[in-house]
Write a protein that binds this ligand. Structure first.
Ligand SMILES: N[C@@H](CCC(=O)N[C@@H](CS)C(=O)NCC(=O)O)C(=O)O
Length: 238
C-alpha cells in the first residue's frame, strides 16, 4: 500500500498545498490503493518538501518524480492517450503552473498582509508558546527569500500579478470549453492544473489571482467539475 504524506484539508480545498492535491488526484486516477498519513512537516520528506510517499518502506519526494515512479513501477501511464505533440504541450503547461504561477500563489498567501494571518493561524496556530511568538516570522522570512531568489517578488506587484493573469489566460485559451485539457479522459496535466486552480479559486483567500482566474468562466466550471469528480466529499466552494 502506498503511503501519501500530506497535511489535512484546509482553506476549503482538499489540501493547503497544490502539489498535494495534484498527487492525490494522480493516485485516484491510477486506481492504486493508498493511505493518507497526515504530515505537515516538509522536513520529514526526502526532498524537504511535501507531498512525499512511502512505497515498500522507501520514501520518495517530488510529485513529478513520484508520477514517473508510478509509471515505471506500476505501468500507470497517465498520458497514454496523448500524442508526442500533446505531451510536449503538457510539459510546457506543467512548468508554467509549477515554476511560475505557483510562486505567485505563494506570494499572494504569505506576503500579502491581508492573507498572512490565515496562513499564520493554520500552520503555526497550535504551536506552543514561545515557539508561535517567533517561528512564524522566521519561516515567513524564509519564504520571502525564496520568492526573491525565484525573482517573482523583484517585480512591481502589478506586473507580477499581470504575468500570472497571462498564465491563467493562456490556460483558459487552451482549455476552451473542453472538460479536460486535452478533451479526453483526464491526464497528468489535469491533476496539476486542478491542484493550482483549486488553490486559487476554491481556497478562502481574497487575492488578485482569484479575481483573474474567476474572470474565465471555463476555469471556474473546470475546477468545480474536477472537485466533484475527485473530491465529492468536500463541501461545495463558497
Ligand atoms: N517540486 C515539488 C514542489 C513541492 C512544494 O513546493 N511543496 C511545498 C508546499 S506547496 C513545500 O513543501 N514547501 C516547503 C519548503 O519549501 O520548505 C513537487 O512537485 O512536489
Amino acid at each position: 500500500m502506498i503511503k501519501l504524506f500530506q497535511p489535512p484539508p484546509a482553506f476549503n480545498a482538499a489540501n493547503p498545498s497544490p502539489f498535494c492535491i495534484k498527487l492525490e488526484v494522480l493516485l485516484k486516477m491510477s486506481g492504486l490503493p493508498y493511505e493518507i498519513i497526515i504530515e505537515g512537516d516538509p522536513r520529514k520528506g526526502p526532498t524537504g518538501k511535501i507531498p512525499f510517499v512511502e512505497i515498500a518502506g522507501e520514501r520518495y519526494g517530488d510529485s513529478n518524480f513520484i508520477q514517473k515512479k508510478l509509471q515505471h513501477d506500476h505501468g500507470t501511464d497517465f498520458d497514454k492517450e496523448l500524442s508526442d505533440k500533446e505531451k510536449s504541450i503538457s510539459l510546457a503547461f506543467t512548468r508554467l503552473i509549477e515554476e511560475h504561477l505557483y510562486w505567485v500563489l505563494l506570494y499572494s498567501r504569505w506576503m500579502e498582509d491581508a492573507n498572512w494571518p490565515i496562513i499564520n493561524r493554520l500552520f503555526f496556530g497550535s504551536m506552543p508558546i514561545p515557539l508561535k511568538w517567533f517561528l512564524p516570522n522566521v519561516i515567513r522570512k524564509q519564504v520571502e527569500k525564496q520568492l526573491y531568489g525565484h525573482g517573482v517578488s523583484r517585480l512591481p506587484k502589478t506586473v507580477m500579478y499581470k504575468m500570472a493573469a497571462d498564465d491563467l489566460a493562456a490556460i483558459a485559451g487552451f482549455l476552451e470549453n473542453k472538460e479536460t485539457m486535452f478533451g479526453g479522459e483526464p491526464t497528468a496535466l489535469d491533476a496539476t492544473l486542478y491542484g493550482i486552480l483549486s488553490s486559487i479559486i476554491d481556497a478562502d483567500f481574497d487575492t488578485e489571482l482569484k479575481r483573474s482566474a474567476m474572470a474565465h468562466q471555463n476555469l471556474v466550471a473546470y475546477t468545480s467539475n474536477m472537485r466533484q469528480r475527485y473530491f465529492p466529499e468536500l463541501p461545495k466552494p463558497t
